[in-house]
Design a protein around this ligand. Structure first.
Ligand SMILES: [Zn+2]
Length: 486
């Protein structure tokens, strides 16, 4: 997975330009990362002003050209962790660069399990520099950390793939406009209840624009198994979880509420709300698509609207430190953003099985089944579906029906990572060491397993999550005047 996949021929033009401009770019970059002494920075005003672009209105652009040179520089300098590719092209043919970060010398985690996957994009709206900068910094933080031997960055890159599409709307970015070149609001152009809310400029149809089409193709082809998707914007300082379309809470409300509790208690007081209530009803957004169609736990991360003041060149690390603390928390803990079932015991009798299963994840699963696989690999029995709530456990007796156990078969769990219909299904085999077979006993005798443990009794009420789900509530819309973005 190392090296680059370049889909856009026009990038070779930039290879030529890079030779000339790289030194100047590098100098300014170093200053922005806060490592260049102030005196030197002041002695190089010309380079500072040529990157990342000219001041426009009240902020400074990172141009697509500057970004292109930079991400290619990352790939050249750190091939062991940077795998650069283009997800496709903008309407005007500019590459949609995805910086894919991981320790590519390792195919899996140390224990052989697949790495966690995180997807980040920025720059849907071309005049939201700071949100795009947060996507840029989310990649740069791990590259810097890796280079400096930072333990957190190294651990993340050994266990995680972080995919960052920094600038989704390069055409709009370079002319400093919210829209893409066709005057479409890309964050209303996704195929999830497209154009079913009062909205402006959603495009002629869902995915009418190449930027959104290629973004969805990337999601469907490369990060289908992601357990976190963060899409970055500028507007009101807020994090928004689904839905934008509806005022009611999403199926995985527990997960979003737990993250809010952790972030607000330990990291930042940033408001974290359902998008519909936190901003205003919106539909066809990448956030609702990411959750409703892809099944990702999804946040819109909005930086505040105080973008860079011309000439100030505030250190980006300092400017976005709190936002990066939140991102680091979300990425460090990505393992928890799904259901994580672990079978502690499986007692098999002649007519039933009794299952003791714990969910270490922060998301519930409502369609879990136990399956028996025969020695020739065929699934010969699937239990009724049951629920295992987030950070909880359950003991459940399942009727084997007509199944006769041949002794050589295996058992596996088949379940969805989250409650939302779109979430990925996983199949996980059950370790033989937890399986006990007592074929000669009546199952009634076995069902005593765990019954007298008050914790498991309480936890075993299947369907508790459904009962606990909050009623739909119509909270009065707030911040609508300020919330010019989403
Ligand atoms: Zn935006």
């Amino acid at each position: 997975m190392t090296g680059r996949a370049i889909l856009n021929p026009s990038i070779f033009v930039w290879e030529l330009l890079r030779t000339i401009m790289r030194v100047a770019i590098g100098l300014v970059l170093i200053m922005l990362m806060g490592t260049l002494p102030l005196a030197l920075a002041q002695s190089e005003p010309r380079e500072i002003q040529t990157w990342p672009g000219e001041p426009i209105d009240s902020h400074v652009h990172m141009t697509w050209a500057a970004m292109t040179m930079e991400v290619n520089g990352w790939a050249d300098d750190y091939p062991e962790i940077v795998d650069l590719m283009s997800a496709g092209e903008s309407e005007l043919g500019r590459a949609l660069w995805v910086v894919r970060l991981s320790d590519w010398s390792l195919d899996t985690k140390e224990d052989g399990s697949p790495k966690e996957i995180v997807y980040i994009d920025g720059g849907h709206h071309g005049n939201e520099y700071l949100g795009t900068a947060l996507a840029w910094l989310s990649a740069k933080w791990y590259i810097n950390g890796w280079a400096e031997g930072n333990e957190e960055a190294i651990t993340v890159l050994k266990n995680t793939e972080v995919h960052v599409l920094i600038m989704l709307n390069p055409d709009g970015n370079d002319i400093d406009t919210r829209w893409n070149i066709n005057q479409v609001d890309l964050n209303r152009n996704y195929d999830h209840y497209w154009n079913t809310c009062p909205t402006t400029q959603p495009g002629s149809s869902a995915f009418s624009e190449s930027e959104t089409m290629y973004n969805s193709m990337y999601m469907n082809e490369y990060v289908t198994d992601a357990d976190l998707y963060v899409t970055m914007h500028t507007g009101v300082w807020i994090m928004l979880y689904p839905w934008g379309k509806w005022a009611h809470q999403p199926a995985d409300w527990e997960l979003f509420w737990q993250i809010r509790e952790d972030v607000n208690a330990n990291i930042s007081s940033i408001p974290i709300q359902n998008a519909n209530q936190g901003l205003y009803p919106n539909c066809g957004t990448s956030r609702d698509y990411g959750y409703g169609v892809m099944g990702f736990p999804t946040f819109t991360f909005e930086t505040d609207d105080e973008q860079f003041i011309p000439g100030s060149f505030e250190n980006l690390n300092d400017r976005l430190e709190e936002e990066m603390d939140v991102m680091r928390y979300l990425i460090n803990n990505v393992w928890y953003w799904r259901a994580r079932l672990d079978v502690r015991a499986l007692d098999v009798s002649s007519d039933s099985v009794t299952l003791d299963v714990v969910n270490y994840g922060q998301a519930s699963t409502s369609n879990a089944t136990l399956q028996h696989v025969s020695s020739n690999g065929e699934i010969v029995w699937t239990s009724d579906a049951f629920t295992v709530n987030a950070t909880n456990s359950t003991v459940i007796k399942l009727d084997l029906g007509e199944l006769s156990i041949d002794g050589d078969g295996t058992w596996q769990m088949y379940y969805q990572k989250r409650v939302i219909n779109a979430s990925t299904w996983v199949t996980e085999s059950i370790n033989a060491s937890v399986i006990e077979t007592s074929m000669n006993q009546k199952s009634e005798g076995l069902f005593g397993y765990g019954l007298f443990n008050p914790v498991t009794v309480i936890a075993s009420v299947v369907g508790l999550a459904a009962i606990l789900r909050p009623e739909e509530e119509d909270i009065e819309l707030t911040s609508r005047e300020d919330a010019h973005d989403n």
